[in-house]
Ligand binder design. Sequence first.
Ligand code: ZN
Length: 296
Amino acid sequence: MPVTIYAHPLFIKHETPPSHPESPARYETLLTALSPFPQITPEPRPIEDLILKAHTLSHLAFLKESTIEDEITCIDGKDIFLSTYSIDSAKQAVINICQAITDLKDGRIEHAFCLSRPPGHHAEANKAMGFCLFNTVFLGALHAKESGFTRVAILDFDVHHGNGTDTMIRAHEEENLFFISTHQSPLYPWTGDAETSTSKILNYPLAPDTGSTEMRTLYTEKIFPALKDFAPDILLLSAGFDAHEADPHGGLNWTTDDYRWLGEQLKPYKTVSTLEGGYNLPALRDSVLAFIEGVG
Ligand SMILES: [Zn+2]
């Protein structure tokens, strides 16, 4: 069964300044490329109760207070921007992953790819970080537990460490929730050293300028056996594509074919992916397509 795409027009409305890498064009490019696949557009619905299980009330209040109608506002003095519909867009990312998980639980789909923005894996309980406002994948994991999945794994293959997901899993002490991250190190957000791994969090840094061979060896020898041992009944993916050799933000030199291979290896699991990074538009388009063709 092909991968089902979870989309929403709100993802075009999260505006960033013209030169910003995390742009509405990422969504538009992917939506066009993924048009042959089955697509679901979940209706917006109240989702703040779930968001507040992982984020603080002051975080939500700060984002709301920082939003100025018809303006694009920088909230960290650097590279995180809010526009009129940014909070709605970030909420929709959470709604979409939850809908995909529910649909998978009910047997309506086998694999989902949530074509969402902004990304989520850097967002911490009380802090927006690295273009991320809410931690979509962690909130998805909480929803998966509430939906009756018992063993929930998150694999984060974005080039950056999923620091927000990592800290939330440490803070929540949720049973049978397992997190694996592979990421370039040193690189933003400067976390995810191997020494920080625990029984439920595996951090695997990869050195800059490594490539396909190192990536496939690490996944074959460490990641896939760890996943097999944990035996998740659902696998959530922080699906970032900025480890691609053409991406301006990473230096791991993964190829489009590496993403196809990764997708093929994950096919035996029930997967729900949510889009994280990936900033070279042609490379992002080709990598997402290859990954989805591999999984489906
Ligand atoms: Zn990234």
